[in-house]
Ligand binder design. Sequence first.
Ligand SMILES: *[C@@H]1O[C@H](CO)[C@@H](O)[C@H](O)[C@H]1NC(C)=O
Ligand SMILES: *[C@@H]1O[C@H](CO)[C@@H](O)[C@H](O)[C@H]1NC(C)=O
Ligand SMILES: *[C@@H]1O[C@H](CO)[C@@H](O)[C@H](O)[C@H]1NC(C)=O
Ligand SMILES: *[C@@H]1O[C@H](CO)[C@@H](O)[C@H](O)[C@H]1NC(C)=O
Ligand SMILES: *[C@@H]1O[C@H](CO)[C@@H](O)[C@H](O)[C@H]1NC(C)=O
Length: 413
Amino acid sequence: MSPATFLVTFILALSVTATPVPTILSSHTLPISRRLNLTNVHNLARHDQTRAKHLKVRGTARATGLHVRGDPIIGAEEVENQGIAYVASVNIGSPPTSYNLIVDTGSSNTWVGAGKGYVQTSTSFETDTHVYVPYGSGAFYGMEYIDQVSVASALVVQNQSIGVASASVGFSGFDGILGIGPVDLTLQSLNSYPNNLVPTVTDNLFGTGTISEHSIAVSFEPITIDDEMNGEITWGGANSSKYIGNLSLLPITTTSPASQYWGIDQSISYGGTTILSSTAGIVDTGTTLVLIASDAYAAYTTATGAVLDKTTGLLLITKTQFSNVKSLFFRTPSGSTFELTANAQIWPLALNSVIGGTSGNVYLIVGNLGTPSGEGFDFILGLAFLERFYAVFDTGSQTVGLANTTFTYATTN
Ligand SMILES: *[C@@H]1O[C@H](CO)[C@@H](O)[C@H](O)[C@H]1NC(C)=O
Ligand SMILES: *[C@@H]1O[C@H](CO)[C@@H](O)[C@H](O)[C@H]1NC(C)=O
Ligand SMILES: *[C@@H]1O[C@H](CO)[C@@H](O)[C@H](O)[C@H]1NC(C)=O
Ligand SMILES: *[C@@H]1O[C@H](CO)[C@@H](O)[C@H](O)[C@H]1NC(C)=O
Ligand SMILES: *[C@@H]1O[C@H](CO)[C@@H](O)[C@H](O)[C@H]1NC(C)=O
């Protein structure tokens, strides 16, 4: 079977309908841990902004049908290591080799070879296809392979298309990426077959009937120490013991370019003041902060009385100002409200030194998106948000589900 036929077969397999099975087995869950490594990161805010710019540009190009492969070439200056990420240990091949992959909802190709070299086994099959994916502050280039990928004991994809990097930048300390974004983000990643999608691990698990719902759910938890196993990805359903109350199912926004990603519509208020009226943005595990459009950021800066700290790129407030910080409210058109408390708006004090900050300083996790509102991509809810709310990314119902957790109102920072 040629790789092209192969990919088409898998895309067709996705139309198979499965009967809903509400029980989620723990064998459908992959533990994940947070890694901090800011050795090669200029500052957090700039890192996130570079990614935001890239996602926006690529999303816009894709939505308008432009050829996006001619993405701006990544100059040496723009290359930054992926500083903060959640990492999963994924087994590939038989006998398996385990790779530490960054969990990314903002991209959808899964690939290895950045750190540990790819180990070929009897299940490895090389295609004749070159693969290239740029990420804003990094990129990889290599060959596409078909191999057996196992993300949890019962979650095995026999024929998963994966990239094997022959060159990559921006991923020191990691082996590659587990891409869990919408499959359309794989368009134009394969040189010879630019119009082919590369079905994701989630697509294939659903297509082969291994999971009964076409979704993934992620649980992140606030942490104050590095490299702690404190999160999980669940395929095919939500783990109801990880959240409180009901999941609010938010339809994927129709506003472009946020619609290319896990995009939703929300308004944002600081206390009782609206700083961003209802608009589209995305939920993204590859972003550390909560980024908001520059006009909303200016309003937030004024309201909190913060000043920009040059070293970290984050907003800095005094302890007195902190005691006056009001909640940020994210409101959906359907009326659900997600509250980011004052404590949830600050960088963990115990981790100030990791970001080049000064002990005792209070830094805010709300950052500048770098572009004004009204451009269809006005906020990014990154890890700082996701560590306070449970999230379900559902391709089947085209929704992002969000719910409160025991950490929503916790004082952890
Ligand atoms: C759901 O979360 C609970 C509590 O953290 C955990 O013990 C359990 O294993 C998880 N269940 C699944 C199906 O992953
Ligand atoms: C995987 O691909 C091989 C080679 O094309 C094929 O023989 C096998 O049936 C495929 N397995 C599945 C589960 O589709
Ligand atoms: C941290 O990143 C640097 C370069 O960005 C890399 O050389 C180093 O190995 C990484 N450290 C760990 C523990 O991954
Ligand atoms: C959750 O949804 C159920 C069924 O729609 C409803 O009866 C219940 O009141 C809701 N719970 C909360 C906390 O909103
Ligand atoms: C989260 O909890 C708060 C406080 O109990 C509640 O007001 C809010 O409606 C909840 N949000 C959602 C989306 O359930």
